[in-house]
Ligand binder design. Structure first.
Ligand code: SF4
Length: 412
């Protein structure tokens, strides 16, 4: 366990924002924004609706209900919303019908790729001009898409570029799903590089991580509808729920709700500190739900779903990377039993001169060693996409992006 002399010996850097001021409430605490500001809602899209509602909508548009199934196939299997591809639909009125069911949602504003083209970051403009991003990454045997679930974020974490501007609005289910459909289209067209000769995996997104912009559990109902569409084998994308990771900074009641859904997604908790003193500053929502409460909720998720929980832990030099914190984390996890959890320490991208910089390699290794010594399965992760700011919490539209978006016509 923690020893006092060690704690006083080690350097402790306190979290604070750099180059921007954190919004505070009247009591001087970082402001938390849970409710989505009222903005013009995006048009209703097929992916927002249940299969029954789709049939109803098709009938409202003047066609027989079975056309819904055809449209589902075009959109979820062939990843197209171009009426010209849909020759099985009646030619007369086809454009209006398709537009009514699949209204344009995302306009691509910018695309950044790594040299090998195996990681691509997309910047999308939504119908109301809000900007969000997704990151597509090829790994051996799988293709992962990191999706956004909100435009902006209300959780106000001091290290996070997305949190700076607060929450613009919740994304609709279809806006979330459309990120996957667009990525699948690009892959099918050969736009994702880095494929090895011996890689025979299917050429479409196989894994989804909700680690782009936003706190997914703060947009619970829409995120869950999106997950249902992603996993629906008959009326959706037919993905495996296990390949979908829903992450949170710790909205305990929503974690409990997620445990009771009948969809065994992978659940990840972005913990980043095992002690409330530091976590209150690092993750402001910790002032609502403390470390022990979120760990209890995470353990209950395992009990209910039998899916092992991931604990994400960004290693930040002299802030949260102390050996005693690894020990404390190991103890807190072991208090709740064995075999239910896996820890992923993720070295922060090196930012020389900033308080938010990567831990020394020896410190990273010691952190992992201490967790493993306590019997906790631990995998040091690579921050993929760091050349293009692809890591969670660094997705933010720059002023330049906004300027580009301002002149990009609204088209799909
Ligand atoms: S780190 Fe995640 S939860 Fe925190 S402000 Fe950024 S996007 Fe929101």
């Amino acid at each position: 366990m923690t020893t006092e002399p060690e704690q006083t010996r080690v350097r402790q850097v306190r979290p604070k924002t750099e180059g921007w001021s954190q919004k505070k409430d009247d009591a001087g605490r970082p402001l938390l924004q849970f409710a989505s500001p009222k903005r013009g809602k995006p048009p209703v899209h097929m992916a927002d609706l249940t299969p029954e509602q789709r049939v109803e909508k098709v009938k409202e548009l003047g066609l027989p209900g079975f056309r819904a199934k055809q449209l589902e196939k075009h959109y979820f299997t062939h990843w197209t919303h171009d009426p010209a591809d849909m020759t099985d639909l009646p030619a007369e009125g086809r454009d209006e019908f398709v537009h009514g069911m699949l209204p344009p949602l995302l306009t691509e504003v910018r695309r950044l790729e790594t040299d090998r083209g195996d990681t691509i970051k997309f910047l999308w403009k939504l119908h109301d001009g809000a900007l969000v991003e997704s990151v597509l990454m090829r790994y051996p045997g799988r293709i992962t898409l990191c999706v956004s679930s909100q435009a902006g974020c209300g959780m106000n974490c001091p290290f996070c570029a997305t949190g700076q501007a607060g929450l613009t609005r919740n994304m609709s289910s279809a806006e979330i799903v459309e990120q996957v459909v667009r990525a699948n289209r690009l892959i099918a067209d050969g736009g994702l590089g880095g494929k090895k000769k011996d890689d025979h995996s299917a050429e479409r997104v196989s894994n989804i991580v909700f680690m782009g912009m936003g706190e997914p559990l703060a947009n619970y109902a829409r995120v869950m509808q999106a997950v249902r569409v992603m996993t629906d084998k008959t009326h959706g994308l037919g993905m495996s729920a296990r390949g979908i990771t829903v992450s949170t900074v710790g909205l305990a009641p929503a974690i409990t709700k997620l445990s009771n859904e009948d969809i065994p997604v992978t659940f990840a908790l972005s913990l980043h500190a095992p002690d409330d003193e530091l976590r209150d500053e690092l993750i402001p929502v910790n002032s609502r739900w403390k470390v022990d409460e979120v760990l209890d909720a995470a353990r209950a998720y395992f009990d209910k779903t039998k899916r092992r929980v991931s604990i994400e832990y960004a290693l930040i030099k002299d802030m949260n990377d102390h050996g005693w914190r690894a020990d404390l984390l190991g103890d807190k996890l072991n208090e709740r039993g064995r075999g239910w959890v896996h820890v992923n320490p993720i070295p922060l991208n090196p930012t020389p001169g900033s308080i938010w910089t990567a831990s020394e390699v020896s410190v990273q290794n010691e952190f992992v060693r201490r967790l493993e010594a306590k019997g906790i399965p631990t995998t040091l992760r690579d921050t993929r996409g760091k050349e293009i700011d692809g890591a969670c919490g660094q997705l933010v539209a720059t002023e330049e992006d906004e300027a580009v978006a301002a002149v990009t016509p609204l088209e799909v």
